[in-house]
Design a protein around this ligand. Structure first.
Ligand SMILES: [Zn+2]
Ligand SMILES: [Zn+2]
Length: 385
């Protein structure tokens, strides 16, 4: 096959991959556990809604449309008239619009992809139809990646967000959509509109994902700061993954979340340990109140007992499991390092790598062991052959 024909065929297969992907991707909007009973939609352009029986309703430009749960159906109205009473409504027009929750109240956000509303006895279900996947990736990045990082770092984050979204797209299948818009999947508060660098980074890296040596999308976990050493996946979750391996990281040591300090009451600690170990001896060993691991550890060891540090972290709301402890009168002073679970990419470390001149590819390769960055069309090609 000559180059021209090969590139045309690559383009076509890429188009098929992207089209196939976009048809499948549905986003559950406002999945924060509260049932939506009423919200409004506002657009500066005229909008066509498809309702029951294939009927269409056109709402003129600049007119606010209200959606209200009414006897298990959606009542669609403007300020002065009811337009329909339907089991569903689908916004068929492309363009930018605002959504705002009225009951319960939610912040007004801007969206740019079609969506549909269906009703059940409890509430209105809003489902975003992700036709422009890169725009979704940019929206997630704006919510998840922090501000003012520069394009090269946003490329790191774009690959993570994209890979994460695609490898988790079956998470909500039983609810009729692919991903939710909360921390559970990835936070998405509508389209990216405050930082053009984010949109540019997602466009430049469009379609690029992170795969393991078997060409499977990786579980691209990340955290704020590892404190100088990342953690094996099985130490936080049960599964050992070959690309989520513990390693030393000196890049994040100057980061904003590199160190932390906390205090625990000695008596509260004693009670906790007693409950955890199933009863303390009369004279507990001195190690009960002092703890100084030689490196990053997974368990707090006391005589013949061992307590997972992740349990201690969640009980005392600690920034990380990476700390040492010493008694000081009635209190225990904890000095810790890092922020987050420590598995996968360390964000502050990656930011520092980029500032030092490393590329986004190098930052990803540093934190994820033996991975490859490929275009989605390449995965498709490999899986077919
Ligand atoms: Zn979710
Ligand atoms: Zn780190």
């Amino acid at each position: 096959m000559n180059m021209k024909r090969r590139s045309i065929s690559l383009c076509i297969s890429l188009l098929l991959v992207l089209t196939g992907m976009s048809q499948e991707m549905l986003l559950g909007i406002w999945k924060d556990g509260r049932d939506t009973e009423r919200f409004y939609h506002h657009s500066t352009e005229a909008v066509v809604w498809k309702v029951d029986g294939g009927k269409t309703i056109t709402v003129p430009a600049n007119k606010t449309t209200y959606f209200t749960l009414d006897k298990g159906k959606v009542r669609i109205s403007t300020a002065d008239k009811v337009l329909a009473h339907s089991t569903k409504a689908e916004r068929t027009t492309m363009g930018i619009y605002n959504l705002k929750g009225i009951n319960p109240p939610r912040k007004e956000e801007k969206y740019n992809q079609p969506f549909k509303v269906t009703a059940n006895s409890k509430g209105l279900l809003l489902t975003g139809i992700i036709l422009d996947f890169e725009s979704y990736v940019a929206g997630v990045m704006e919510s998840e990646s922090g501000k003012e990082q520069g394009i090269e770092y946003y490329k790191v984050q774009a690959l993570i967000c994209r890979t994460y979204a695609l490898s988790n797209k079956r998470r909500h299948e039983h609810e009729g959509f692919n991903l939710c818009d909360q921390v559970h999947c990835q936070v998405y508060h509508g389209m990216s509109r405050f930082n053009p660098d984010i949109i540019e980074a997602s466009q430049i890296t469009a379609g690029q994902v992170i795969v393991d040596s078997d060409m499977n999308l990786i579980n691209a976990t990340f955290h704020s700061n590892c404190g100088g050493h990342t953690v094996n996946s099985e130490e936080v979750w049960s599964k050992a993954l070959p690309y989520l391996r513990a390693k030393e990281d000196t890049f994040c040591l100057e980061g904003k979340h590199a160190t932390w300090e906390s205090q625990i009451l000695r008596s509260a600690w004693f009670d906790y340990m007693e409950a955890k170990t199933g009863g303390m001896p009369e004279n507990p060993s001195a190690d009960l109140y002092s703890y100084k691991p030689s490196g990053r550890s997974t368990h707090f060891l006391l005589d013949d007992k061992s307590i997972p540090l992740k349990d201690i972290r969640s009980k005392w709301f600690l920034n990380s499991t990476y700390f040492e402890m010493a008694p000081d009168g009635e209190r225990l002073i904890l000095k810790g390092r890092g922020f987050g679970h420590g598995v996968g990419l360390c964000q502050e470390g990656a930011m520092s790598m980029i500032r030092k001149g490393y590329s986004y590819q190098e930052a990803l390769a540093f934190y994820y062991t033996d991975v490859h960055l490929v275009h989605l069309s390449v995965i498709d090609f490999f899986k077919k052959n």
